[in-house]
Design a protein around this ligand. Structure first.
Ligand SMILES: [Zn+2]
Length: 317
């Protein structure tokens, strides 16, 4: 279903682009840094880690922003028009992007960071499932692949290769930066696995607002259940919420988590009506501001696993 807000925004910046002389971009190219656009904050961080000071990164959906339902601005169209490389997640995460590419007239190369990752298939239609046992669901790909660190390494390799192709003179630098960063990701993955191992097996389960942790669940073995599907576009139904409250009680799920990109109301209601405690805030689809607890991907994953361990280890089931 087309997103009406995106449609209106598309028209609005079409206007702005027509009214702005493209000569304004000449300033940017004088810096001689490779102009890169990243669709959301996690990709922006990966690009900076690998590109270093050879590139200048513009992130479209910024800290704490929800890329599922984003409405591009005239500034985004301008950044796209001036970019040599545009990094996107893919797997239909950025539904608003094709229109932005078109309206901006960008000639940049588009690189999908999830290229080569095997997507998880999800069925978003909880209500249908409740009505009983249909075999064929509206299966589609879960876009939140970055929540597995093994996948994050694929993102990094794809971004390294895309930067090298866009700026061959920087190839050695991008490769060195990527190699160092991949080693950090290896250490990070070791820390996450060790933290999960410290949580008693029967307590490795929690509630989040939207289904953003499918890859984390598969990689690390903590069950996350969410009233909202893999996109924040559709609201959770009262029926889904009631089902989850029953599930929390029946399965003694220790904690519910807030997310930085979703409204806390739903999860607070589930906590209130089920008796589960509210754990911390997890960063699912966006980083925090640089000064916050999750200003980079590595800090985000460390913050999340620390909150998960704290909430699931302590207290009554
Ligand atoms: Zn999401």
């Amino acid at each position: 279903m087309p997103n009406r807000r995106a449609l209106v925004a598309g028209l609005a910046f079409g206007f702005a682009a027509a009214a702005t002389p493209f000569g304004a971009f000449a300033q940017d190219s004088a810096q001689a840094k490779l102009p890169v656009v990243a669709s959301f904050s996690i990709l922006g961080d990966f690009a900076r880690q690998i590109g270093g000071d050879r590139i200048s990164v513009t992130t479209l959906v910024g800290p704490d922003g929800d890329a599922h339902v984003y409405s591009p601005t005239p500034g985004d169209a301008k950044a796209m028009a001036g970019a040599k490389l545009v990094l996107v997640n893919g797997l239909h995460f950025e539904g608003w992007l094709p229109r932005l590419v078109k309206s901006s007239g960008t000639k940049a190369t588009l690189a999908e960071a999830t290229k080569g990752i095997t997507p998880l298939e999800v069925d978003d239609d909880h209500d249908d499932k409740d009505k009983g046992g249909h075999a064929h669901a509206h299966g589609h790909d879960d876009p939140h692949a970055w929540q597995s660190i093994a996948n994050a390494k694929v993102y990094v390799a794809n971004i390294r290769d895309a930067l090298s192709a866009a700026d061959p003179a920087g190839k050695a630098s991008y490769e060195a930066n990527a190699t160092a960063y991949l080693a950090e990701l290896d250490r990070l993955e070791g820390e996450v696995k060790a933290a999960i191992a410290r949580i008693p097996a029967e307590r490795r389960k929690a509630i989040t607002t939207h289904d953003a942790f499918g890859y984390f669940v598969k990689a690390y073995g903590v069950a996350f259940i969410a009233p909202q599907g893999v996109s924040t576009e559709a609201e959770a139904s009262a029926r889904d919420v009631a089902r989850i409250i029953r599930q929390v009680k029946a399965q003694k799920i220790p904690a519910v988590f807030l997310e930085n990109v979703t409204n806390p109301r739903l999860v607070e209601q589930i906590a209130r009506e089920s008796g589960a405690k509210v754990g911390g805030r997890l960063y699912s689809d966006a980083l925090s501001a640089a000064t916050g607890p999750a200003g980079t991907y590595i800090r985000m994953m460390k913050h999340n696993i620390s909150e998960i361990e704290k909430a699931l280890t302590a207290g009554p089931a």
